[in-house]
Design a protein around this ligand. Structure first.
Ligand code: PPS
Length: 204
């Protein structure tokens, strides 16, 4: 971790921490005051996004369907596939709650981060005890990218969108497979809404 001066906050981003069993104990041993921020999105879209990313690196991987099911006929989901595991947010959160109180953890909605980036970042700034410096006027919607982008990148006067690896087109997945995944995740999502006190709206 880099040294932090008075008035500065050190931030570190590692997506895999949230799903790593040993991470809460290790972070808590370093500092029990650490604030934790996790961006979560609909676990069904997440697993498709995860697959899309792997496919872009290794085009020869098996089909989405064959990775999803342990048994296609019975519809049994292969929970040993890490892409499926990661979306069981309630289970991972349980592990963090052994070491950190809920008020030290902020869950950011991945969907709202796209539809209302300033609103979601407002919550982040409040959580970190910062003045709301980042507001609506920092963003514009880029039609070509299909996502919000920054009007000015830090230290530059030019607009800035996230790179090509963020916001890839997902492959079409058989709607029956999507439905089966929805059914699989629903109870875990309900538990997660209850635990966080926030309704993320993934099960409409
Ligand atoms: N503003 C903006 N621009 C582009 N993309 C955006 C934005 N906000 C959120 N997203 C979503 O971020 C998803 C990629 O982030 P990841 O969590 O996969 O990143 S990381 O690789 O784990 O760091 C990426 O997922 P995919 O759409 O599946 O590529 C985006 O949907």
């Amino acid at each position: 971790m880099p040294k932090t001066l008075e008035g500065q906050i050190t931030m570190e981003k590692t997506p895999s921490y949230f799903v790593t069993r040993e991470a809460p104990a290790r972070i808590s041993a370093m500092s029990r005051e650490t604030k934790l921020i996790v961006v979560v999105r609909d676990p069904v879209t997440r697993v498709i996004s995860d697959y899309t990313q792997t496919l872009s690196k290794r085009p020869d991987i098996p089909s989405f369907e064959s990775l999803t099911f342990k048994n296609r006929t019975t519809g049994l989901i292969d929970t040993s596939w890490s892409a499926i595991q990661i979306g069981i947010y309630a289970k991972h959160l349980d592990n963090w709650l052994q070491y950190f109180p809920m008020d030290q953890i902020l869950f950011v909605s991945g969907e709202r981060l796209i539809s209302d980036p300033a609103g979601e970042l407002g919550r982040v700034q409040d959580f970190l005890g910062l003045k709301r410096i980042i507001t609506d006027k920092h963003f514009y919607f880029n039609q070509t990218k299909g996502f919000p982008c920054l009007k000015k990148a830090e230290g530059s006067s030019k607009p800035h969108c996230l790179g090509k690896t963020k916001g890839r087109t997902h492959p079409n997945i058989n709607p029956e497979v999507v439905q089966r995944l929805r059914d699989f995740y629903r109870p875990f999502n309900m538990k997660f809404y209850q635990m966080t006190g926030r309704f993320f709206g993934w099960d409409d």
